[in-house]
Design a protein around this ligand. Structure first.
Ligand code: GLP
Length: 307
């Protein structure tokens, strides 16, 4: 596991976005695993900016999201499909048919989970999986005691998770009880994992995930088993790590980080740059218009475009 610590949340998100962009440029058909949550919003804003200003091309890449709430339709503003459309998909030149999320409205949820795993396999597996971390250490919605070899399945959300996500819902009682999530084992199968955590409220769980014993009580500790895993933290999220000086030294001295050190933007520059304008072509269409245009949930969900 590699850990990089940046001074601010903005600088950490910028570095994550630039790692993603580097991978996309070296493999335009990259299969990306995507995550949702507040932390990811700055990453997606930065990717949108790179698309607008530097021509970062999403046209050939394929995406699979980690999870989706059970019972929320694609038109529900709290669904992760809606989140992804809003923050990334409708702002870049991605082919919506190549974007995938589990269908939380599926009549047969176990079959949907199996189908999602199969779809990932059909695409050759996930090259780069973006991850956040919940306050209880979950990855996706792998709540405490999720088996370290678990696959995509329906999970029941813990009270901590429902409380953490409640502010995003108009009424806290409307936070769904269940979700479909890729399993810990599915995540460990991805060729590269890239986790971003920022803010002091993540410091304790990050320290457990990075330096604590591997336990199914904290899904993120499973990343210690992954041979190609990068954690990007801001100073606040890294504040309880025992080895933070070592991580700083590596970033400042290892040649692989040279391009990232050289072009690092100041946080004030980033702040202003994060006020990303939508590309002109996309501003005309609202999320629901696009959903109608592509003929509803079926296309948005399964994306059966040829490989
Ligand atoms: C949700 C998602 C997780 C994400 C977590 C962190 O629970 N299912 O994938 O990591 O939120 O969210 P935030 O970035 O808002 O702290």
């Amino acid at each position: 596991m590699d850990v990089v610590i940046r001074p601010t949340a903005e600088a950490a998100a910028d570095l994550v976005a630039r790692v993603i962009a580097r991978e996309m440029r070296s493999n335009p058909r990259l299969v990306m695993g995507l995550a949702s949550g507040n932390t990811m919003e700055s990453v997606y804003a930065r990717l949108v900016q790179m698309h607008c200003e530097e021509g970062l091309d999403f046209s050939a890449c394929r995406t699979f999201n980690l999870d989706e709430y059970v019972g929320l339709s694609v038109n529900d503003a709290n669904s992760y499909r809606h989140y992804m459309n809003r923050h990334l998909f409708l702002r870049v030149n991605i082919n919506l048919q190549k974007t995938h999320l589990p269908d939380g409205m599926a009549a047969n949820l176990p079959a949907e989970c199996l189908n999602y795993e199969r779809l990932i396999a059909t695409h050759g597996g996930i090259d780069l999986q973006l991850l956040g971390i919940g306050q209880n250490g979950h990855l996706g919605f792998n709540e405490p005691l999720s088996a370290l070899r678990s696959r995509t399945r329906v999970t029941v959300l813990s009270r901590t998770t429902r409380a953490q996500n409640a502010p995003l819902f108009p009424d806290p009682n409307r936070v769904p009880q269940r979700a479909i999530t890729m399993g810990v084992g599915s995540i460990l199968d991805c060729r590269q994992c890239l986790l971003l955590a920022t803010g002091e409220e993540k410091a304790a769980i990050v320290a457990k995930a990075v330096e604590g014993p591997i336990t199914s009580m904290i899904s993120a500790t499973a990343l210690q088993l992954h041979a190609n895993c990068l954690l990007v933290l801001d100073e606040a999220a890294a504040s309880q790590l025992k080895e933070s000086e070592y991580h700083h030294w590596l970033f400042e001295n290892q040649p692989e980080w040279e391009p990232f050190r050289a072009s690092e933007l100041s946080s004030s520059t980033l702040d202003s740059q994060f006020q990303v304008e939508r590309p002109e072509k996309k501003t005309a269409e609202t999320v629901s218009e696009v959903i109608n245009r592509v003929d509803g949930a079926a296309i948005l969900r399964t994306g059966n475009a040829p490989l």
